[in-house]
Each structure stands twice: as C-alpha cells, then as structure tokens.
Design a protein around this ligand. Sequence first.
Ligand code: TRP
Ligand code: ZN
Length: 476
Amino acid sequence: MSSRRPLLLLGIAGLAGALVSGPSLAVAAPGEPGSPRYSEGAAGTGDPYFPLAGNGGIDVLHYALDLDYTPPAAAPAPLEGRLDAVATIDLVATADLDRFNLDLRGLTATEVTVGGKPARFEQIENELVITPRPKLKAGASTQVVIAYGGPTTRPTDIEGALYGWVTTRDGAMVVSEPDGSPTWFPVNDHPTDKSSYSFEITVPEGLVAVANGLLTGSSTDGDRTTWSWDAPDPMAAYLATATVGNFVLDQYTAPNGTPIIDALDADRPASAYADLALTGEMLTFFESLYGPYPFNSYGAIVDDDSVGYALETQTRSFFSRNAREGTIAHELAHQWMGDHVSPERWADIWLNEGWATYSEWMWDEYRGRDTAAETFEAFMATPADDPEWDFVVADPTPLGLFAGPVYDRGAATLHALRVKIGDEAFFELASAWVERFGGGTASTQDFAELAEEVSGQNLDAFFDAWVYTPAKPTVW
Ligand code: TRP
Ligand code: ZN
C-alpha cells in the first residue's frame, strides 16, 4: 500500500520547507531538500468490516515466532495460561515510514528493535505503534524483533465465539478467523499480507505443540520441550496455529505424496478421529477438481476441548472434539479455497465457505450419497418468503460472516453457475481460479470476471441475483 499524500507536495515541500502547512504535512518533513517525506503507515488496511485489522505501509515476509507457554496450573475457572514470546518479523516498508503499526491485543510488548536498533513503541488499544530510528524508506527491508507476553485467556470474536489463543486445561486451541491473531502475536492481520512462518514453541515436557507445516524437530531441556515447525508457503495470519495439548502425532504419506501429520488428543476415543482415514482419498479427489494440493504438508488437530467449530488452519485443520467426514472434506477443500486463494476483503467470505460447502456436496456424491444436484434441489425447496433469502451473500455484514446463507446459498450459487455454464467451463473455472489467484487474495468481482472469461457468457444478471440481491434467485 502506498502513501496517499499527493506527490506534488514532495516538490513544494522540498523548496518551501517549513512555510508549507496543512494537515497532510502534519508529519514533520526531514530537513534536507529532496529528501523523502515520511508517513505514519496506517492503523488498518481499510477493510470495511475490520477497519483496524492489518496496517498500512508494511509488507511482512516472514514471522519467526518463539513462544514459551505454560498452561493453567490448576483446573478451576477462569483458565489462565502464561505466554512469553519473541516475534522476529522480516518486513518491507511500502511507504516512507517514520512510524508503523502492528496489531497486538491483550499482551504486553516489553522490548522492540528495528534493524537491530532499539525502537520507541507504545500500545494504544489493539495497536502496537513503533517508531523506527533510522526511519524506513519505501522498499527497504528490515527485521523487527518484539519481546512480548502476558496471561492468556479465552478471547471471543464480535459474535462471542471463542477464537485466537484459547487457553485450555492442558494447553491452548489456536484458531484466529477472522481477526484473532493479535491475541497471540504482533501481526499485520489481514489476508492481503501473506507471509511464511516458522515456530519454536516451548511447553512443559509431555505436552505437544502443533503448528503449521512440517515438524523440523523437538528437543527437551530439563522439564520443557521445544517443538519446531516450518511453514514456508505464504499464509494469511488467521490461518496460523500453535495449538498445545496432550496430543499423539500420527505421521504418514498420503497417496498423492503429501506428508500428513495428525495431532490426536490422547483424551479422545479413537471414534473421534476414525473418519480421518479418508484424508488420503479426499486429497486425491480434490486434486482432481482443483489442481495439485498447494502446500508442503497436511493433517488434522483434534482437541478434547471445543471452540464450537472447526477451522481450516493452513496445512493443519483444527477440529473441536470430533473430526467427522463432512467437516473433514470441508476443511480440506478450504486449503485450496480460502487458504491458497484467500478473500481480498472479509465481505468475500462466501468464496471460502461456498466452495468448501459445495466441496462437501461433491464429496457426498462421490461417496454414493446424495448427488450435488439433489442437495441443490433440496436447498432450493426453501420457499421464496423464507427469511433465509433476505441476505446479501457478497456483503454479509461483520456479524453475518458465518451465517447459514454464506455456506448453503454460497454453495448453491456455485451449483447454479455450474448448471448455467456447463461442467467443462465450471471445472476449468475452478482450477483457473486456484492457478491464477493461488498464493494471494481475490474478490467476488475477480470471480465473476474469471467466470465470464472462462465461459464466454455475460453473467451480470446471474451474480446480481445470486450474491448481490437479498431475495430468492429465480434465474440460473
Ligand atoms: N471458517 C470456519 C469453517 O467454516 C468456521 C468459523 C470460523 C466459524 N469462525 C467461526 C463458525 C465462528 C462459527 C463461528 O470451517
Ligand atoms: Zn468453512
């Protein structure tokens, strides 16, 4: 993201110096003529649903998270753990910066360096405001090291659902959609800034810490064990995890060659994760629809506590208490649809949930249960005056991000599109979508444009009826 300051002012300021005034020059100019003017970055990326999530002026390349965690000492509520951490963040300035922000919520930063030099910082609500010296020029890369920590609790999202670093009796469930990452690390918390990650997580011996990607080692020193994980594939912050519990790791290679690492809670019966045996066959099935599995590994985490939902944490889907077949298919399909191709804005969430739900419909058909067409017909039996139809799929509002229609009408939209453009164009669209936008983000408009490009049809009326109008669609 670049500074919105008019370029013209650069020249004027250089000549006139202190004589130039006005709000756009409130951030003081460096003394010399021709030297860059610096901005404050921005406290958010401008996502209308979460205006302060993410930040302007920076592009994070890599987060190396060194987390030292101790779960609650005793069971009685409130559950409170202790996190002491160092985040080493490689980033590039995308504007001339004399200040920039990261998001951090409920934890205290104690020391910050930028490029090896101590930096001033302050925490204002959920923003960590850092003043680098020397200042950062646009295009410069630097390393920011932040020591931070504090007690951990059980945070909730705007709907009241548990998310973020959710303290449990024997560890933590870490699932951060949509804006929960700042509850456990300082972060540019928006999907438009994807980064690679590495983790060093130290926990009491006997517990297992499970993050994204591949396990690169574990070592025990005294009564603490450090678990190291490497996640080199670009990842949106909400998909990062560092879940801690009484897990048994089950490692194998899927038929498509993907290394699988499942983390299964020793306190759950085998029936809670029996359906995970279908993972390999599902990988092969979804590769046939969407193209090669995009990441270095996969696997599931099944915890004995619950956040009330499952999450498609990248390469390592999280399940509350039980991993059931439909949910396993849903979270696996998200790896392509949501994780590899992520929403440009949170309003585009139906592209995640619609595809993941439609993937469940197609998996059901593949397994000989209802066909996708039958599931679609059943959904369309909902009468036109049902309040379910009074919903704008492509603008669900922040409180409607995970509402039913985002999932089922989102899936029905995809089936209706398939009927409209035909199987050949539809599956070409699915793989082209992943191919073109994989590793980044895309919007509803990007999707509609690609669908028109692949099918050669004008789809204005179609998308209008299905995702922009709060009424039951009658055309497809
Ligand atoms: N994205 C998750 C899924 O569908 C669901 C999810 C995330 C969710 N946060 C939530 C559902 C909060 C309900 C409430 O796989
Ligand atoms: Zn989902």
